[in-house]
Design a protein around this ligand. Structure first.
Ligand SMILES: [Zn+2]
Length: 294
């Protein structure tokens, strides 16, 4: 009887102790979540949909904004006006018209700074190359040279915001067409992005996710990750929401172009080509060519 009562007391003390520990863990994790949220509350990131499937990404604090790859000025001006924002800067990833078409008008109307690699016909205030760092609205962005889709293509990575604007280099479960550059260059660019922390949010310039997943599923038919993502993203699109951003961690599981060293992808290419390819860039090239005609 006595033993029983001690045991009850011990159990009760243990429960109180565990409850306390649990409470501390909950508070700590809430502080962490709040801090992250707090950080992000100074830099809201939202898509401005344009053309058939482009997103111009708008980063803003309470008053000022940055826009990435504005292919059209009017939709950006409209959004700035709706949100009461002043445009501080334009970031450009590469030279294609659907990414630069609005730059001149935005600069003329708002006086914003233009940050871009060297591009014919674009008046750039700050020319960037691989290895540069840009400070905008209190945030630092590392410039990553990611040639392949085009030669001058760059991505903008913010370690503080845990995000990267990748233009047409990396898509959710896909990658851009290889218009310039070599398979070796493009693969190196994708591997560079894949080295970013897994929780890095990836902001791509197009809504191509469902088409990319359909291809990814053919390449890796037994992937439960691709199957699950396809179901999630179909639901997202049915609700007319963007499937972006994605994360590097997710892409490493569901993007065949980041998996050219994986047995499943190598075997899929082997089955299609009927021969073993020499190296990883050759696997990437075969995969990219397959997707071009998919
Ligand atoms: Zn492009």
């Amino acid at each position: 009887m006595v033993i029983l009562s001690i045991s009850v007391v011990e159990k009760s003390e243990a429960s109180v102790h565990y409850a306390k520990v649990e409470k501390i863990i909950t508070i700590k994790s809430k502080i962490f979540t709040d801090l992250r949220h707090f950080n992000r509350s100074f830099m809201n990131i939202e898509p401005i949909p344009a053309f058939d499937d482009n997103y111009f990404w708008l980063l803003s604090n309470d008053h000022k904004a940055i826009v990435v790859d504005p292919g059209d000025a009017q939709v950006v001006l409209d959004r700035l006006s709706q949100n009461g924002l002043t445009l501080d800067a334009v970031l450009v990833t590469h030279k294609h018209y659907d990414h630069i078409g609005g730059v001149g008008k935005l600069k003329a109307k708002t006086g914003c700074r233009v940050v871009a690699p060297v591009i014919d016909g674009v008046a750039v205030d700050m020319t960037v190359n691989d290895g540069d760092e840009v400070s905008l609205l209190g945030n630092k962005f590392a410039v990553l040279g990611v040639p392949g889709h085009t030669i001058e293509h760059v991505a903008y990575y913010s370690e503080g915001l845990k995000c990267c604007f990748v233009g047409d280099t990396l898509f959710s479960s896909g990658c851009g067409r290889m218009f310039e550059g070599t398979p070796k260059q493009f693969l190196a660019s994708l591997k560079r992005l894949a080295e970013l922390p897994d929780d890095t949010e990836i902001y791509c310039a197009h809504e191509y996710t469902l088409a990319n997943l359909a291809f990814a599923q053919v390449v890796e038919p037994n992937s439960s990750e691709i199957l699950a993502k396809l179901a999630r993203m179909k639901k997202t699109r049915a609700e007319n929401k963007p499937t972006l951003p994605t994360t590097i961690g997710d892409e490493k599981q569901t993007n065949p172009f980041l998996r050219t060293d994986k047995t499943q992808v190598i075997e899929a290419i082997l089955a299609r080509e009927g021969k073993k390819l020499l190296d990883e860039p050759a696997v990437f090239h075969a995969l990219r060519s397959w997707k071009d005609s998919f």
